[in-house]
Design a protein around this ligand. Structure first.
Ligand code: GLC
Ligand code: GLC
Length: 814
């Protein structure tokens, strides 16, 4: 069943039932201040770093309860009843509940007993704050006497500490209240120079800042004692749990509408100007007051909302397509691109499935995220690439993760994931193809953030490449290290102690276990690097890279091919993984998908055979599983992969992130029907009707769908923050629709279903708008192109040399 519907015109998903199978969420903010918001107003906010600068509290391991949020209550003066227009936290029955998740905003509302109320939540561009616009209308025939309450619970900044160190935290909480604005200043007296604030456009009727005063003893957010009583108590928090609550009294004539604006924000003062007057302990509010005052006006809030709308209009406008398939259209034009922005911003840090206190930004993850993001805001992609490269180690290796606030490599997890360095080559290559900005290669970038260690970015790429050459195993294949793309294939771990991390535990010297997947990645990255070198006029260097990739291809031929498909790896005993010889885990998606994507085995038929084997052994109606047969028990020599029950996660789950590798592989074989069929199997919009099975949001990808070995085959988990977003976007746009960036210009090479008569698209590329239309005249993939009516040879449309900023590209497929 469905829990809502797509409103494509407004770029919204409209949820019409509050108790969705899981909280269905959205992100607010797209630059520095972020919020997570569920369809019932749950979630939290933070500035830049979800762990270290958390503004509001959220309760962990909290699906499906979803407590902690931006909660509004309405109380009827006549009946004394109170309810939340967003359903949570009171879960009072409502009429006409809707939640509209849009591009960077969410509107939640409902009616109850003739009172209509909805709240629009969003983060204005270039500001570190969020606005809640509550609109209340009296649809009764009589006057309504209402009280509105808005509440948040402050997190004491470091979310990890907040959740664990109560003996201290119950004594540190501090607030100030001035002119009706609540300022949260815990730890401001010592080393922080930032504080949070919560303001209201109509203060005066009451506030609370001490949680216990608001909630009452042994009560939850569903039944705050102060709301029940209809009067906040003006409590001032000293220690315990600081919160912010505002009360607004509303007298509404029949038909009357009123809007109240709340602003929750983050502000920093220069260290020398923290206090006002100097020497006092009072927050200096000189620079924050004008900001608060501005956005508490409904007109300024509306204007900021309009700017946000335009921002998304132009960001998404870089690529828009019209195909015969509605699911393709809305994912490409709206939601998949939007999700790519979220994964770029968050990596894998903060969602309802990632706590925001654990992982920072992943090296591998963030580089891959660029594939789906770089066309939207290339300047931010550039900055990200330079940040990532600065965490690279002098060996060419990489910290697996880094912390966004400090931009330093994360020592807890360290490095040694031997695929990591190559993703930097692919990230940079994607950037060059998009922008043609070759200057990035000359940017001086440190290694491991070590002052004085600067070398041009290009040198980082060279080291990425040689990292693998320095780490070859007994068969000449790349050593796997702690893991490759599959974090759970831990061939040097051999952990038998409960609770040990599979990724950081190493009990072997790492000199035997090899990865065929990294071999394929190495070939692919090596070719990209060679093309970059050639472009820079480094012909000899380029041939050197090609020479190394050819050697690796020969090794793959000899030791990486199992007869009908590519092997996956060799374990620490030198035994095959992903082979017919294995009892379980005979065939894997990663090595097969990636080799086909890289065009390995296209000429000699290996790629075709491998894709056929994937189709036969791994493809299911809900997507393609990681491997088969699933591991039915724990294998010491394989690690985390065999820790999951069959059908989940890396143990034969449908890892949506790697499905696009097979889609791309199929396009390289010219199989447009199958490529698009695989695309559709995991496309969340195409799965909307099976909401009770799929359970996650129908507008964004989830990391995983349970595989056929699982009792819940088809159930999605871990939505939003996954490499699935970028890879699916890249696969559908660049390989199936075939609007592909290249170092030389925009390449047009569609491999679309036979039944499609064609499609039209608009792509802004390096400052030129390409109006593309593709028509099918035959069933094949051969294309004849005209540019502004003039036919061109090949399929790369070079940039116009005469200053034209718009060109018409027509393609006929035969
Ligand atoms: C998660 C990780 C990613 C990894 C994948 C497979 O998505 O974020 O880095 O490649 O799992 O293990
Ligand atoms: C990846 C995997 C996950 C694993 C994590 C690290 O993200 O998807 O299963 O738990 O890496 O431990």
């Amino acid at each position: 069943m469905k829990y809502g519907y797509f409103d494509d015109l407004n770029r919204e998903y409209v949820i019409t039932q509050p108790d969705t199978p899981l909280p269905w969420m959205n992100y607010l903010g797209c630059q520095a201040y972020f919020g997570i918001i569920s369809n019932t107003a749950g979630g939290y906010s933070f500035y830049r770093d979800a762990r270290l600068r958390r503004l509001t509290r959220y309760r962990y391991n909290n699906v499906p309860f979803d407590f902690g949020g931006r909660y509004i209550y309405l109380r009827d003066g006549q009946s004394k009843e109170f309810w939340s227009p967003s359903w949570q936290p009171t879960r009072h029955n409502l009429e006409d509940y809707t939640c509209r998740h849009g591009m960077g905003y969410t509107v939640i509302g409902s009616s109850y007993n003739g009172i209509e109320a909805h709240t629009r939540y969003f983060v204005p561009l270039d500001e570190n704050l969020e606005i809640w616009q509550l609109t209340v209308t009296n649809r009764r025939t009589t006057k309504a006497t209402l009280k509105a309450f808005a509440s948040i619970e402050f997190c004491l900044w470091d979310a990890q500490d907040d959740a664990t160190n109560f003996q201290r935290n119950f004594n540190t909480g501090q607030v100030e209240v001035e002119d009706g604005v609540i300022y949260h200043k815990t730890e401001y007296r010592e080393r922080r120079n930032h504080f949070a604030y919560f303001g209201c456009s109509q203060p005066g009727a009451g506030f609370d800042t001490q949680r216990e005063a608001f909630l009452g003893r042994y009560r939850g957010w569903d039944k705050p004692v102060a709301v029940e009583a209809g009067q906040l108590t003006n409590s001032i928090a000293y220690g315990w749990s600081p919160m912010g609550a505002h009360q607004v009294n509303l007298e509404l004539e029949p038909g009357e509408t009123r809007q109240v604006v709340f602003v929750l924000g983050y502000h920093e003062n220069p260290i020398a100007e923290k206090f006002d007057p100097p020497g006092s302990q009072t927050i200096n509010k000189k620079t924050v007051k004008p900001v608060i005052a501005k956005y508490l006006s409904a007109a300024a809030a509306d204007e900021a909302f309009e700017r946000l709308r335009q921002y998304w209009e132009s960001t998404l406008g870089v690529f828009q397509v019209n195909t015969p398939d509605i699911h393709t259209n809305r994912m490409v034009n709206i939601w998949n691109a939007y999700q790519c922005m979220a994964t770029f911003n968050m990596s894998r840090s903060a969602s309802f499935y990632e706590s925001g206190i654990g992982r920072g930004l992943g090296f591998r993850d963030s580089n891959q995220d660029l594939l789906g993001f770089v066309h939207m805001v290339p300047s931010r992609a550039r900055e990200r690439i330079l940040d990532l490269a600065a965490t690279q180690l002098p060996t060419g290796g990489a910290y697996h993760q880094y912390q966004p606030l400090t931009k330093r490599g994360n020592n807890d997890i360290g490095g040694g994931f031997n695929d990591d360095p190559h993703w930097l080559i692919l990230g940079v290559s994607a950037y060059l193809k998009e922008t043609g900005d070759w200057s990035i290669l000359d940017e001086p970038v440190e290694f491991d953030n070590e002052p004085g260690s600067q070398a041009p970015l290009y040198n980082h790429l060279q080291r990425s490449f040689s990292y693998t050459l320095d780490r070859l195993g007994p068969h000449g294949l790349p050593l796997i290290g702690r893991a490759d793309w599959n974090d759970c294939l831990n061939l040097n771990c051999f952990s038998d102690t409960p609770g040990q991390s599979f990724q950081t535990t190493t009990n072997k010297d790492g000199k035997v276990a090899e990865s065929v997947f990294i071999a394929g990645l190495f070939v692919h990255a090596g070719r990209e690097l060679a093309a970059i070198a050639r472009h820079r006029g480094l012909e000899a260097e380029a041939s050197g890279y090609i020479g190394e990739t050819e050697k690796m291809l020969a090794v793959i031929d000899e030791h990486g091919w199992d007869g009908d498909w590519f092997l996956r790896a060799y374990d620490d005993f030198g035994a095959k993984i992903g082979s017919k010889e294995c009892e379980e885990g005979k065939i894997f998606i990663e090595s097969n998908g990636f080799c086909a994507l890289a065009g390995i085995g296209l000429e000699d038929g290996k790629a075709a055979k491998a894709m056929e084997a994937v189709g036969t052994h791994l493809a299911t109606k809900h997507g393609i599983v990681v491997q088969q047969p699933a591991y039915s028990k724990y294998y010491l020599q394989l690690g985390e992969i065999s820790s999951y029950p069959p059908g989940y996660k890396e143990n034969a789950g449908i890892f949506c992130h790697v499905n696009p590798w097979v889609m791309i592989g199929e396009t390289r074989l010219g199989h447009g029907d199958l490529a698009h069929d695989y695309y559709s199997r995991i496309n969340p919009s195409a799965r909307e009707e099976i909401g009770d099975l799929h359970r996650c949001e129908p507008y964004v990808y989830a990391q995983m769908i349970a595989g056929k070995d699982a009792p819940t085959f088809g159930e999605a988990k871990n939505s939003w923050l996954t490499g699935t977003a970028a890879w699916n976007y890249y696969a559908i746009v660049q390989w199936i629709l075939g609007v592909r960036t290249s170092l030389d210009g925009l390449e047009i090479a569609p491999v679309i279903p036979k039944t499609w008569p064609g499609y039209t698209a608009t792509r802004t590329f390096r400052g030129v708008v390409y109006k593309i239309s593709i028509e099918r005249a035959g069933e094949g993939n051969a294309i004849a192109l005209t540019v502004d009516g003039v036919s061109i040879a090949g399929n790369v449309v070079a940039a116009p040399t005469d200053g034209r900023t718009e060109v018409v590209v027509k393609g006929i497929l035969t």
